[in-house]
Design a protein around this ligand. Structure first.
Ligand code: FES
Ligand SMILES: [Fe+2]
Length: 466
């Protein structure tokens, strides 16, 4: 393993004239936090995987039986079940769960099917004072204990304890409610491992879910995850970011063999190594400002001695400080302008960094290898005085609705997601085109994809859970 890396942790086969992320942040005026100055490189020998992993119903069913049944997944935010009785539904392959605040400090996850004849107990996110089946009226208390079995005389004798609603495990971290259906799975803390330390200085407890934008994408869930954990595609698919997107300078980190957590650090204000000509800092700044504001005519001049990246960081600290009513002057340039992005196997992505108060979740729809719901979560700081914050603003985009016009994003930012999501539908079609059996992954820029498949296969080699 060590042979693949130089003394800075950069793979020896990385042969790009673009600076590494570590070189970029070493040139920033203030040293980035220690966690960003570390590398966690990996070389993973998975150069190719079969295309049928993305398209086959059999493969999907194996994932359902062996992987989705055993992994910790984000079901909702704690603030979505803020009051006793509040409940939110979370469906993932093989199970449908009701996430319920059953007591002030207890959140439970009940299977959303009646113990009598299987009726769906709860049809939508709501607030309840008991769980009552709409078919024959079997009823449970909010803690899942049986309240009433109508015409009990008509059933074979059965103890109340056998009629409690079955539960999945619940774990809470960073304001996210995670669920896991496997009684033998590691604890959430063990599963998240390095993520907990990595976010020790960037709490997600002090924010609330302000907006959730959902859209069904016509692609396999892994295509969706993979599209957002590499920066390789930026140069081609988001070519507007070629002068400043830092694609080839992005650092990819992976924790542990067959682990669950990986990261990239993508430096903003650094041109792609695919950018065709030498470019000055003033030109990089012009392209950056134009892309993030949509205004190419009124670009403020780059101050003498400032880099484009440094000036963007200044702008973000000031502007976002004004919008959020907070003082961000202590944040380093890396924290103020770079997408620092973590993924948790199988389907969760969480950002660190000032301009990206985001998380993504990808959930297969209707047991289909071809359809995935993309839940885009946007956070805002909780009011400092402890006052109430508004309930999540839910925006459901239809097939022809765009992120750019959704109202949740600035148009330049929405455009990026429109490019990604349109692309994914076409990728899913191309995966079925025939001609070759496999997709292939690059070694450096797509190491997180290799990692995802490595972890996935450890689950698929297990026996089905039930
Ligand atoms: S199916 Fe629920 S009470 Fe009959
Ligand atoms: Fe993208």
């Amino acid at each position: 393993m060590a042979d693949y890396f130089d003394s800075n942790g950069t793979p020896t086969y990385r042969d790009s004239p673009a600076p590494t992320y570590q070189e970029v942040i070493a040139s920033d005026p203030v040293a980035a936090p220690a966690r960003l100055r570390q590398t966690h490189p990996a070389h993973i020998e998975i150069p190719r995987v079969p295309r049928e992993r993305y398209t086959s119903q059999d493969f999907f069913d194996r994932e359902k039986e062996r992987m989705w049944s055993r992994t910790w997944q984000v079901a909702c935010r704690v603030e979505e079940v803020g009051e006793v009785g509040d409940c939110v539904l979370y469906d993932s392959p093989g199970a449908a769960l009701i996430i319920m605040r059953s007591a002030p400090d207890v959140i439970k996850a009940f299977y959303n099917g009646c113990l009598h004849r299987g009726m769906k107990l709860c049809a939508s996110d709501t607030s309840l004072n008991r769980i009552r089946c709409p078919y024959h009226g079997m009823t449970w208390n909010l803690d899942g204990s049986l309240q009433n079995l109508p015409a009990r005389w008509d059933f074979d004798p059965v103890a109340d304890s056998e009629l409690a609603l079955p539960e999945a495990r619940v774990g809470i971290w960073g304001g996210f409610v995670f669920v896991n259906r496997d009684p033998d799975a590691p604890s959430l803390e063990e599963y998240l491992g390095p993520l907990i330390d990595e976010f020790a200085d960037w709490s997600r407890d002090d924010v609330y879910l302000a907006t959730r934008v959902t859209k069904v994408l016509n692609a396999n869930w892994k295509c969706c995850m993979e599209a957002f954990i590499e920066a390789f595609h930026v140069a081609e698919l988001h070519s507007q970011a070629l002068p400043f997107g830092g694609d080839a300078s992005t650092q990819y980190d992976v924790w542990g063999e067959n682990g669950n957590v990986s990261r990239f650090c993508e430096p903003t204000g650094i041109p792609s190594d695919q950018y065709p000509t030498p470019i000055t800092e003033a030109e990089i700044w012009k392209a950056t400002f134009g892309a993030v504001t949509g205004d190419t005519n009124n670009v403020p001049p780059l101050p003498e001695g400032k880099t484009a990246r440094g000036f963007l960081a200044d702008m973000n600290r000031t502007e976002l400080g004004r919008i959020f009513g907070e003082d961000f002057s202590h944040l380093t340039d890396a924290e103020a302008c770079d997408p620092i992005q973590y993924s948790v196997f199988p389907n969760f992505i969480l950002f660190k960094g000032l301009p990206y108060p985001f998380a993504y979740r990808f959930v297969p729809v209707g047991d289909s290898p071809d359809h995935t719901r993309f839940d885009f979560m946007i956070f805002r700081p909780k009011p400092k005085d402890g006052s109430d914050f508004p309930y999540v603003d839910q925006i459901d985009l239809g097939p022809n609705d765009t992120y750019a016009d959704s109202g949740a994003f600035q148009p330049w930012h929405g455009l990026i997601y429109d490019q990604d999501c349109q692309n994914l539908g076409l990728q899913q079609e191309g995966l079925k085109a025939g001609g070759v059996k496999n997709v292939m992954f690059s070694r450096y820029q797509e190491v997180r994809l290799r990692f995802l498949h490595q972890t996935l296969m450890t689950y698929l080699e297990m026996k089905p859970m039930n």
